[in-house]
Design a protein around this ligand. Structure first.
Ligand code: ZN
Length: 199
């Protein structure tokens, strides 16, 4: 299921222009086949291949590939989807309208609970989803929307109004500079599906 050679980080210029290592990540993972079979997938993926992310991407800057290394595992008999992302996407700075890099590098881990009662089996800070709410039933297989779940996490990590930390745009304002409102992240709905025991 894994693709090689793909275990290199994608931060070099050579990788940015080399699309031969780009691979299509699977949309779905069959749980019947892989839930207990050490599913692992790694490869370089193009940010534009995520449809919801694609509309946010800057067209003024090349988009380096993202390195993804994902696996399914069980802990306390609870299924987890874990993945490591490495790389950045280029969005548009909402102050100067120039491209700004957003680092997506992180380790992600989502517990996939069979039922609510499994909540007691995961750590307090563990993100979790109920399998029933994410699974796509395509009888006779139960399919985990692998790509969608990864994209959900990317979108949750993507700021609503990306800005350069040191944006040099001089904004001429008359009168008071309005406080920037903390608008609700348009992808906040994704988080409502996801529980956090700490709340
Ligand atoms: Zn800026």
């Amino acid at each position: 299921m894994s693709n090689t050679p793909a275990n290199t980080k994608s931060s070099t210029q050579a990788d940015e222009t080399n699309t031969s290592t780009l691979v299509d990540m699977p949309e779905y993972v069959s749980l019947d086949k892989w839930a207990d079979n050490a599913f692992e997938w790694k490869g370089n993926v193009a940010p534009v291949s995520f449809e919801r992310l694609a509309v946010l991407l800057s067209t003024e800057h090349q988009q380096p590939t993202l390195y993804l290394n994902a696996n399914l595992y069980r802990r306390n008999n609870v299924l987890h989807l874990a993945f490591e992302l490495a790389g950045e996407t280029w969005l548009t700075c909402q102050r100067c309208l120039q491209p700004v890099a957003i680092d997506l590098t992180d380790d992600y881990d989502i517990a996939l609970l069979d039922k609510d009662s499994q909540i007691s089996l995961v750590d307090d800070e563990q993100d979790y989803l109920l399998l029933d709410e994410v699974i796509v039933e395509k009888a006779p297989e139960r399919l985990l929307p692998f790509k969608k779940l990864v994209e959900d996490e990317i979108l949750l990590k993507t700021p609503l109004a990306p800005k350069h930390d040191d944006c040099e745009m001089i904004v001429e304002q008359f009168g008071e500079i309005p406080e920037e409102e903390e608008n609700e992240n348009p992808f906040a709905a994704l988080a409502t599906l996801k529980g956090k025991l700490s709340k």
